[in-house]
Design a protein around this ligand. Sequence first.
Ligand code: KG4
Ligand code: ZN
Length: 333
Amino acid sequence: MTILAIESSCDETSVAIMREAKLLSHITANQAVHALYGGVVPELASRAHLSNIVPVAQQAIAEAKIDKKEISAVAFTGGPGLQGALLVGAYFAKGMALGLGIPLIGVNHVQAHILAHFIEDPKPEFPFICLTVSGGHTQLVLVESPLSMRLLGQTRDDAAGEAFDKTAKILGLPYPGGPLIDRYAQSGNPNAFQFSKANIDGYDFSFSGLKTSILYTLKEKTLQNPNFIHENLHDICASVQKAIVGSLIEKLYTAAKDHNIKTLAIAGGVSANSALRNEVLKTCQKRGWQCFIPKFEYCTDNAAMVAMAATFKYQQGIFSKLDIQTAPAMRGF
Ligand code: KG4
Ligand code: ZN
């Protein structure tokens, strides 16, 4: 079983080759073009995928030291994601499957983020609860088996990554702002400023109120002192990060306690956040729970996780038809 997998849902063109669940190669091309615009421009993302996809796939095949004829299935991200971006990966995958006469496997991007935990050892045992936090998604998922996942809660408005990126934009930082807020926060005081947090019952999240609170606080302070942001950047970043991470952690622990689950995981781009990683690790250690945090390279969008999800599907004989559509708002698992 040798799978070539493609990830093209947003602004990374990534191709991985996995044999018997072991990664042979993994190449990712980032798209610097979006930094100029303060966010991902869908049309530019599609065009960059179109330029990148063939050289990235060729490099992945060369680094895996395999012949194309050895590939037994081709996988791609079917959604959720940007429609134009998804189409590039889907068409490339369909062409390859048709040309080589091999099966096609469409993969759910959010499910792939969760299954990134199975790329390397140690792997979580089922059932576990995963907090999936990225630029487009914030979900609490009860993972019962590789392909059986139950959505417990999700964001009602902005995703956690969006909350980081939008705050960064208010602060005048370039896109993507999440990693920069993380970096500045390391030398800031997380208790310097208080921002109002959403109070939502159950396992759902909301970040739009926090964003408004940050915006109004900074407007007011900047009126009094035009250099306020510049002079307090590190403290603002640390306080914002504390507020976002605090809301995420609170729901994660409540869900774990309610479902009597003692294995927790985090996934998605925001799981690269150092405060979130430290907080989850610290609390799990204190409670004697098991905690799974992916390597940085498997947190943000990558094709290795798509290859992993496709491996589970291949093992169960779940393949896609050649007329499968991409699904920008794909829901469910
Ligand atoms: O999973 P991902 O690569 O793409 C999506 O599927 O959205 O996640 C990207 C998101 C961006 O919002 C980015 O700002 C955020 O992950 N991110 C971070 C960090 N690294 C990436 N947010 C906070 N702290 C970080 N260290
Ligand atoms: Zn993602």
